[in-house]
Design a protein around this ligand. Structure first.
Ligand code: FES
Length: 111
């Protein structure tokens, strides 16, 4: 007897990170959860010093693909990102980027 593993409709791809996921990882996207929550649910221990409250920048990620499938940047997140010397146009705080469904996302963990 064998079980077929159900292929997720959409995925979050995490690019290789030297300590958190050296090989990179592909996990199921979960609509309504933040990118940080999805990573943590999958044992990828992204930093989150303020406990996902948009009050630090330790969960900084680069959203490499799939911008259309996550919530828009909001003013407080924008203000926090402006404190980063390495902010890029595609920078997001993983705790504030909520996956909204519709496609695949690719992220790079910055810290
Ligand atoms: S965990 Fe602090 S801003 Fe995301």
């Amino acid at each position: 007897m064998f079980f077929l593993k159900k292929k997720p409709a959409h995925t979050i791809t995490i690019l290789p990170h030297p300590t958190l996921c050296p090989e990179g990882e592909v996990v199921a996207a979960q609509t309504g959860k933040s990118i940080a929550e999805i990573l943590l649910d999958n044992d990828i221990e992204i930093s989150h010093s303020c406990q996902l409250q948009c009050a630090c920048t330790t969960c900084h990620v680069h959203l490499m693909e799939g911008e259309a499938y996550v919530s828009k940047l909001h003013a407080e997140e924008d203000r926090m990102l402006n404190t980063l010397p390495d902010r890029r146009r595609w920078s997001r705080l993983a705790c504030q980027a909520i996956y909204q469904g519709g496609g695949n996302v690719v992220v790079e963990i910055c810290n």
